[in-house]
Design a binder for this molecule. Structure first.
Ligand code: OAD
Length: 230
């Protein structure tokens, strides 16, 4: 049975009202990466960083999955082979849309992480600076988000999936952040067909066998319907 590996990025959640990073007016136009998405930024000004993620957590909590998230969940349920969803997104819209298994390589807004002992727990709506870890009591709670300079999660598992993929799709990602931007090459080297679904061509568009441009709420349900009809 054909195995499908899908990488998603901020573009799949854009039509659910969550901002992307690099589009005009995106998050990285409003905030400096060094300030809010690096361990050094957190060490310098933890209150600023907690406020940034508290705001994003509040927004994600009220966001609803869109037709693209729902279509991928349907593909996972109805495809006869394995469908692995790897997301760079820190929202939970894949899960809210019904997806069964999702690898959150850049972490999750709804989890807290102890920087001292590595314990994880459900994040409160508002995280505060110096909040104690429920396991070790160190005042080291941070958002469970992978920052620049840190190692993304589940990479061994993701690369194992890529090496066994028959079809690889990248959806709503600009192809500018590694290692995710390198997945297409990895999958192609393993013999997978590759397809990009995005609003506009990504930085790695030339590496894909097939491209489908348009809003994810249109392109993803169409693509899934075609796959399931074949
Ligand atoms: P980007 O903001 O870099 O790219 C979003 C992509 O989605 C762009 O290529 C857009 O063209 C596309 N897009 C926008 N609206 C869309 C829509 N309605 N339908 C389909 N596509 C749409 O976001 P990512 O590639 O996810 O990491 O960014 C990767 C990582 O960089 C993020 O996980 C984050 C960020 O810094 C960390 O914070 C660690």
């Amino acid at each position: 049975m054909e195995k499908i590996v899908i990488l998603t990025g901020a573009g799949i959640s854009a039509e659910s009202g969550l901002g992307t990073f690099r589009d005009a007016g995106g998050l990285w136009a409003q905030h400096r990466i060094e300030d809010v998405a690096t361990p050094e930024g957190f060490a310098r000004d933890p209150a600023l960083v907690q406020a940034f993620y508290n705001a994003r957590r509040a927004k994600a909590a009220t966001a609803r999955p869109n037709a693209a998230h729902v279509a991928l969940a349907r593909l996972q349920a109805d495809w006869p082979g394995a469908v692995v969803i790897v997301t760079q997104n820190v929202d939970d819209l894949h899960e809210k849309g019904g997806a069964q298994e999702v690898l959150h390589m850049h972490g999750r807004l709804d989890q807290a992480l102890c920087a001292a002992c590595g314990h994880r727990w459900p994040a409160p709506e508002e995280m505060e600076v110096g909040e104690p870890c429920p396991a070790c009591r160190a005042p080291s709670a941070r958002p469970d988000i992978v920052w620049f300079g840190e190692m993304p999660y589940d990479m061994d598992e993701v690369f194992a999936h890529l090496s066994g993929a028959d079809l690889f799709a990248a959806i709503g990602t600009s192809g500018q952040v590694y290692p995710a931007a390198g997945f297409v090459q990895e999958a192609a080297a393993a013999g997978a067909r590759t397809v990009e679904l995005n609003l506009e061509p990504s930085a790695t568009v030339s590496q894909f066998d097939e491209t489908r441009f348009g809003p994810a709420t249109r392109t993803v349900p169409e693509w899934v319907a075609e796959l399931l009809a074949d």
